[in-house]
Design a protein around this ligand. Structure first.
Ligand SMILES: [Zn+2]
Length: 210
């Protein structure tokens, strides 16, 4: 399963409750869990291992529970819920003849954790909506964090994985933006980023030449 496939699956999952309007993630997530037949529970008395995150138990189709730590922030919890939904969809619903019960803890590792993280980022920050917001807020991480109800760290990782931080060349972006107004805004931002980088590089070269 590659990143593009995961983006598409997350987008279809989001569409179950989002339709075309962009609803706030904090409402979307709870609706989605309910729609898929799951419940969210706070672990009242977490073990040392559970203090920092969430876990998931799948008892069958439309029967799963996401457990959250009582000590994490709401923004962090949103990503955790989306991550656990990723496991439910990618590693249970879409696996032929999958067996239950299944349990996923935050101490899992390997490709399935990367896949669940990518699913969570795509679900909460869909590529087109995120690119548009990135341009609108001029890449301001705090504003984007507020807009998408996720932590700054989650926003930063999404910026990198969509290559919005100038790692994509201006030329690529401008080519893609011709018939896409949101991307045109983004192109303007990137031109600014690139201009600053070029100015810094030029200044360093001049200093070295001295
Ligand atoms: Zn996981």
């Amino acid at each position: 399963m590659n990143n593009q496939q995961i983006e598409q699956i997350a987008s279809k999952t989001r569409a179950l409750v989002d339709g075309h309007a962009h609803i706030r993630n904090r409402f979307l997530l709870r609706n989605l869990v309910e729609r898929l037949g799951g419940t969210i529970r706070l672990v009242e008395d977490p073990t040392e291992q559970e203090i920092d995150g969430g876990s998931l138990i799948i008892d069958g189709k439309k029967k799963f529970t996401i457990f959250l730590s009582p000590f994490t922030t709401p923004l962090r919890d949103n990503f955790t819920i989306a991550h656990e939904l990723g496991h439910y969809v990618l590693h249970y619903l879409l696996i032929p003849n999958s067996k239950s019960p299944l349990c996923f803890t935050r101490y899992g590792s390997g490709p399935i954790e990367w896949q669940a993280n990518r699913f969570a980022a795509s679900l909460l920050m869909p590529q087109s909506i995120f690119t548009e917001a990135y341009g609108k807020y001029r890449g301001n991480i705090s504003l984007l964090s507020g807009y998408f109800d996720v932590s700054s760290k989650a926003v930063e990782i999404r910026v990198q994985s969509l290559r919005l931080d100038g790692s994509q060349t201006c030329h690529e972006i401008i080519l893609a933006s011709e018939d896409n107004p949101p991307l045109a805004v983004c192109a303007a931002v990137l031109r600014g980023v690139r201009a600053r980088k070029l100015a810094e590089e030029s200044r360093e070269r001049i200093l070295q030449a001295d």
